[in-house]
Design a protein around this ligand. Structure first.
Ligand SMILES: Nc1ncnc2c1ncn2[C@@H]1O[C@H](COP(=O)(O)OP(=O)(O)OP(=O)(O)O)[C@@H](O)[C@H]1O
Length: 285
C-alpha cells in the first residue's frame, strides 16, 4: 500500500452530482501531485500526492508534526509550495482567482480566535461574502442559509451571542457553520473535532459526511476516521507512508510504524469502522 499515487481516483466512481438538502450541489475534485513545502530551511512536506473525488470524505492522518497542517495550508493558499501542483477539477489552482476559489472551497482551520469581536450570526454570514458583489447587501436568502447552517451545528439559539464569549468547541461549530453557509464544492478541515466532546465529534463528522461533497480533513482519531471516512492517507515525516480504505490501511503494523505504539484492532460492533485499543508506551522517569 506504499505510495500508490492516485489509486483513490479509481475507487470513487460515484457520480459527481449529489443531493444536498433540498437543492443539487456539484462537488469539486482536488488532486495534489508531488507537492513539497519548505518552512525555513526545512522541507516539511515531501512530494505528496493525493486525491479526493467522487464526493469522498478523505482523511489525512499522522503524528504531531508530520506535516498535515502545512500540507492543508498550502492547498488553501496560506503557504506557497516549493514544488508540485494542486489541481482543482483538473485545473492548476494557481490559474484560479482568489474570489472564484473562495466561492468553491471552504476551510475550517485549526485556530479560531479573531482580533475583533463579532456576533455569531455575523461570523456565519461571512461565509456568504464570496457570493455577494461589492457593496451588495445580504438578502433574505443569505439569512435563511445562515440560520440553516447554525441549525445544522446546533447553534441557532446562539446567533446574537458574542463569538469571543463562546467555548473552544462552540467556536469550532460556528466555524463549520460559516463553511456550510459558504455552500462550498470542496471542504478542507484541519482537525475539526479537536475541541469537541464525543457527541459533537460525532455530530460534526456526520454533518460533514452528509454534505455530500469532496472533503479533505486532518484528523487524529483513527477510530472516528475509520467510521466516517472513505479513504485515508497516513503521513509520516512529511511523506505519505500508506493510503487506502480504512479497513485496509489501519493495521497493527502500520500504526506501530507510524505512531510507534502497539495496539489491538477489532471490527466495531455498531459501525462500519474499527475499534483500536492502544497499549500505553513505556515512559522513562
Ligand atoms: N516556520 C517554521 N519553520 C520551521 N519549521 C516549522 C515552521 N512552522 C512549522 N514548522 C514545523 O513543521 C512541522 C510540521 O508542522 P504541522 O503543523 O504541519 O504538523 P501537523 O502534522 O499538522 O501537526 P499536529 O498534529 O501537531 O497539528 C512541525 O515539526 C513544525 O514544528
Amino acid at each position: 500500500m506504499k505510495n500508490q499515487d492516485f489509486s483513490h481516483a479509481t475507487l470513487c466512481l460515484r457520480p459527481k452530482v449529489c443531493r444536498l438538502w433540498k437543492g443539487m450541489v456539484i462537488s469539486m475534485d482536488l488532486t495534489v501531485k508531488d507537492l513539497s513545502v519548505n518552512l525555513g530551511e526545512k522541507e516539511i512536506v515531501k512530494k505528496v500526492s493525493l486525491n479526493t473525488s467522487g464526493n469522498s470524505f478523505v482523511a489525512l492522518l499522522g503524528p504531531n508534526g508530520s506535516g498535515k497542517s502545512t500540507l492543508l495550508r498550502s492547498i488553501y493558499r496560506v503557504l506557497k509550495p516549493s514544488g508540485g501542483i494542486i489541481l482543482i477539477d483538473g485545473k492548476d489552482s494557481t490559474q484560479i482567482t482568489n474570489k472564484k476559489l473562495a466561492k468553491e472551497m471552504a476551510v475550517v482551520a485549526q485556530f479560531n480566535n479573531l482580533n475583533f469581536d463579532f456576533t455569531v450570526r455575523e461570523i456565519v454570514m461571512m461565509g456568504r461574502t464570496p457570493h455577494l458583489n461589492m457593496l451588495q447587501a445580504e438578502s433574505s436568502k443569505d439569512y435563511k442559509i445562515v440560520d440553516s447552517a447554525l441549525e445544522k451545528v446546533g447553534m441557532r439559539q446562539y446567533g446574537n451571542r458574542s463569538y469571543a464569549s463562546l467555548s473552544g468547541g462552540e467556536k469550532q461549530r460556528i466555524m463549520l457553520a460559516r463553511a456550510i453557509a459558504q455552500e462550498p464544492k470542496l471542504l478542507i478541515l484541519d482537525e475539526p473535532t479537536n475541541h469537541l466532546d464525543v457527541r459533537y465529534q460525532l455530530q460534526i463528522l456526520s454533518i460533514v459526511k452528509e454534505l455530500g461533497i469532496n472533503v479533505l480533513a486532518a484528523l487524529h482519531d483513527l477510530t472516528l476516521a475509520s467510521q466516517f471516512c472513505d479513504y485515508l492517507y497516513l503521513l509520516k515525516d512529511g511523506e505519505i507512508d500508506s493510503q487506502g480504505k480504512p479497513d485496509d490501511v489501519l493495521t497493527k503494523e502500520t500504526i506501530k510504524r507510524i505512531y510507534e505504539i502497539d495496539c489491538e484492532i477489532m471490527k466495531a460492533p455498531n459501525t462500519d469502522g474499527v475499534l483500536i485499543s492502544y497499549y500505553p508506551p513505556k515512559v522513562s522517569m
